[in-house]
Design a protein around this ligand. Structure first.
Ligand SMILES: Nc1nc2c(ncn2[C@@H]2O[C@H](COP(=O)(O)OP(=O)(O)OP(=O)(O)O)[C@@H](O)[C@H]2O)c(=O)[nH]1
Ligand SMILES: [Mg+2]
Length: 409
């Protein structure tokens, strides 16, 4: 199994923080799967400019209640961290507040005064990435809400401990700004953020109402599969960011696209990932509504990873959670340019209402076929809204004029 993102010690490059990763091998998660998950975790860390120097695994039926790892393994990891000046220990699962407390004790001793080694779990890592990726005011508020909700049950230990540290991972949130230890203040902040977001959502709803008169298509999929690349291609927009990073896109972008003379709106939004923190799903409700309200979904998957099928299942499950599972969907198996000839048609379990197309957006393989098929479905939806075509063009003209003055677009 290749370890793309885990550097060995001798390869070290200057970096802000040095990290080790920790994961369990369980009945449900075999060695190979754990390796892949660790690689994904290292990729997440890399997004935050954290250098991963080593990973540790332990075979256990389930995490130890007190310290996640068993006693012997924990000592081995602690010794390594001390010997190699490790700044962060990242766990591939979520930790309970008491596990964090006990682990902090194990890595830093009784006193937190000279605390050196931070304990970070999967959710905190993802929250940090969202914090640096957020662009719009709404996305910032959504991330802030998720961060406060994450911190709330952990206040007693994290506040005192993390506030003494200099910055970096886990410190881009509210903890950096204030040191209140009062749960009530945090509770008030959560309420205030929710209120602000509700106001924004109701404004967004009004704005989206004007879009009800048009066909809406949303891009969905696991992170880093090529959603934004497809958005750039279909909408001919050079200004959309597509890069080899997890969660390059966190906000939603909407573009007008015309296929075969029929106009529609295309939305690109945040990607999904294994164990996306529930807090984030809740906080990003408004952003995710773009998906819920769409008529057609373009589910993009990365056909070049051996975990394509699993990622597809994770996306389907997340769509179910947000209430968007029964939509007309194109399952686009992207990046087929990376597959050898003869393997370009992957056997994937399809669903009702779903059409599968193997494509390479970057190399323009089968993209014409996608445009043709998408064009057909868009037209069908369009004529359903506008049985009278002439009226349709008039209202589209109005719609375009209105929306073009809208900065959100
Ligand atoms: N080889 C190959 N690479 C591709 C293809 N499509 C996209 N990519 C690359 O995949 C990486 C991720 O692309 P994005 O479009 O940013 O992916 P995304 O799904 O929007 O990712 P997030 O916004 O991070 O969730 C980029 O480096 C793209 O250049 C393709 O057809 N073939
Ligand atoms: Mg993107």
């Amino acid at each position: 199994m290749q370890k793309k993102y885990i550097k060995e010690m001798h390869e070290t490059a200057p970096s802000a923080e040095k990290a080790i990763l920790v994961a369990l091998i369980t009945d449900k998660q075999d060695v190979e799967k754990t390796e892949v998950y660790l690689d994904e975790l290292a990729f997440l860390a890399k997004t935050l400019n954290i250098e991963v120097v080593k990973s540790f695994t332990q075979r256990l039926p389930r995490a130890e209640t007190r310290t996640f790892l068993g006693k012997g393994k924990l000592q081995e990891v602690v010794d390594y961290a001390k010997a190699h000046d490790i700044d962060v220990v990242i766990f591939d699962d979520d930790l309970t507040p008491s596990q964090v407390r006990n682990l902090e004790m194990a890595f830093n001793g009784e006193t937190t005064e000279e605390a050196k080694c931070k304990i970070v779990d999967r959710s905190l890592l993802i929250l940090d990435i969202f914090a640096i990726r957020a662009q719009t005011a709404q996305a910032h508020l959504q991330v802030e809400l998720a961060q406060y909700q994450y911190l709330y049950p952990r206040l007693t230990n994290m506040w005192s401990h993390l506030s003494k540290q200099k910055g970096g991972i886990g410190m881009r949130g509210p903890g950096e700004k204030e040191l209140e230890t009062d749960r009530r203040i945090i509770k008030d902040k959560i309420a205030l953020l929710k209120e602000k977001l509700e106001k924004m959502e109701s404004q967004a709803q009004t704005r989206r109402k004007t879009r009800e008169q048009t066909v809406r298509v949303a891009l969905v999929g696991y992170t880093n599969v090529g959603k934004s690349t497809l958005m750039r291609y279909l909408s001919k927009s050079e200004d959309i960011l597509a890069e080899n990073k997890l969660f390059a896109t966190v906000d939603s972008t909407v573009r007008k696209v015309v296929l075969g003379g029929i106009p529609f709106l295309l939305t690109d939004t945040v990607g999904f990932i294994r164990k996306l923190p529930t807090l984030l799903i809740e906080s990003f409700k408004s952003t995710l509504n773009e998906i819920v309200e769409a008529d057609i979904l373009l589910h993009v998957a990365d056909a070049s990873t051996p975990y394509c099928e699993e990622q597809i299942q994770i996306v389907r499950k997340t769509l179910e959670e947000i209430g968007a599972k029964d939509k007309v969907t194109f399952l686009l198996l992207n990046k087929i340019d990376l597959l050898p000839e003869g393997e370009k048609h992957l056997p994937v379990a399809t669903k009702e209402n779903e059409e599968v197309i193997s494509i390479s957006v970057e190399k323009r393989e089968n993209t014409d076929l996608l445009r043709e098929k998408l064009g057909e479905i868009v037209a069908e939806n369009y004529y359903r809204i506008y049985p009278n075509y002439q009226n349709a063009m008039n209202s589209w003209e109005n719609f375009v004029t209105n929306e073009e003055t809208n900065d959100e677009l």
